[in-house]
Structure formats: C-alpha cells, structure tokens
Design a protein around this ligand. Structure first.
Ligand SMILES: [Zn+2]
Length: 92
C-alpha cells in the first residue's frame, strides 16, 4: 500500500533533490518513496527537465524569441511568458 500522505512531505524536498542539495539520508528516503509513487516520479522528472532547459537556455542566449516562447509555453510558464510579452510591447 502506498502512503500518499508522504507526498506533501517529499514535495517540499524535491527541488533540493533536483539541485543535489538534499542530505544523503533524505535522498535515499525520497528515492525509496519514488519507487512506489508515480506522482513524485513525474514531479522530479519534470523538475529535472526544467532545470536542464534553464541551464541550456542560460548558455545559449541567442535562441530566437519565438522558440523561447514555445519553450516557455511547453513548460507552462505562463506568468513568465506574460511578463516577457509585456516587456516586449513596452520596448516598442
Ligand atoms: Zn509521492
């Protein structure tokens, strides 16, 4: 039986886990939980991809803005996207 009430506890640690800032003990605990919990697996997977893409885009500042818009849209960063579009309109 999966104890899903643990998810909230682990969700607070997931971003640290992705950043490799979690203690080895918590890391093991989290990995054990994830082997039983698909929800947390998906969250970690998504976080890892997002972090990876952020690093990629930081190193490649010459991405055409429409590609960037599509990328942010795919990541559901609607707030960020709205902010960026606002700034583009303002600079015109
Ligand atoms: Zn979980």
């Amino acid at each position: 039986m999966i104890h899903h009430q643990n998810c909230t506890h682990f969700l607070n640690s997931l971003s640290d886990y992705v950043d490799d800032e979690l203690s080895a003990e918590l890391c093991q605990e989290l990995e054990r939980h994830m082997s039983d919990c698909e929800d947390c697996q998906i969250v970690v997977d998504t976080l890892k991809k997002t972090v990876y893409l952020y690093h990629e885009t930081a190193e490649e500042p010459i991405i055409p803005s429409d590609v960037r818009v599509r990328l942010y849209r795919r990541l559901n960063l609607d707030e960020f996207l709205g902010d960026m579009q606002k700034r583009e309109i303002d600079s015109r």
